[in-house]
Design a protein. Structure first.
Length: 202
């Protein structure tokens, strides 16, 4: 499924071998242009290969709550989500399409396994499975981040992205808007003070 998304994103681009692989990495956008969509964004890379890359922004909550989304689909979410849980803005591509990161409990044949107990589904039907399975390990996104062949590699080499080492549990963090601060404390330096190009920590 992830491969199909990548193929659709870069259908006219030439194939070539990626020099490194950022799959299962957390990336922080180091440029300081506040008007850029990715400003202050923390992204989880679901897949990265010679065709391109696919990821989801983890720290841009929308005004839409998860509970309201469930209610609009006539699903009972009272026992699953808190009133303030937000749907996330996953990226600037296909912003009306639902993407869900979730655990194995709700996985179906159409789900893509990313890691042990981490799956990606792009069918809104997954939300019905989540309520049926009473699964509390999930995060709902609208839209995704997509890169063509070698595009993410080039941006990384230019110093646009900082690779962050942190736990996969951060994907499901209850306070996404505070993720950058939380991870900065874990790392011992402020991610917002990284300089593009040389990734210096001030």
């Amino acid at each position: 499924m992830v491969k199909q998304i990548i193929n659709g994103q870069r259908s006219m681009q030439k194939k070539s071998s990626a020099r490194f692989n950022l799959t299962d990495s957390f990336l922080y956008f180091s440029e300081k242009n506040m008007e850029d969509f990715f400003y202050d964004s923390l992204i989880y890379i679901c897949e990265h290969d010679e065709r391109g890359a696919f990821g989801l922004v983890l720290n841009q909550p929308l005004k839409l709550t998860t509970k309201k989304l469930f209610k609009s689909l006539h699903l009972n979410a009272n026992s699953l989500v808190h009133d303030l849980d937000r749907v996330m803005q996953g990226g600037p591509v296909d912003v009306d399409k639902v993407f869900v990161l979730h655990g194995e409990q709700s996985a179906s044949d159409s789900s893509s396994k990313l890691l042990e107990n981490l799956y990606l589904s792009t069918d809104a039907e997954i939300l019905k499975r989540i309520t049926k399975q009473a699964d509390t390990t999930f995060k709902v996104f609208l839209g995704y981040c997509g890169w063509g062949a070698n595009q993410l590699d080039e941006e990384f080499n230019e110093g646009v992205w900082e690779v962050i080492k942190t736990s996969q549990e951060r994907i499901f963090d209850a306070k996404p808007s505070q993720l950058v601060d939380t991870i900065s404390k874990e790392l011992g330096y402020n991610l917002r003070e990284i300089s593009k190009g040389n990734n210096q920590r001030h």
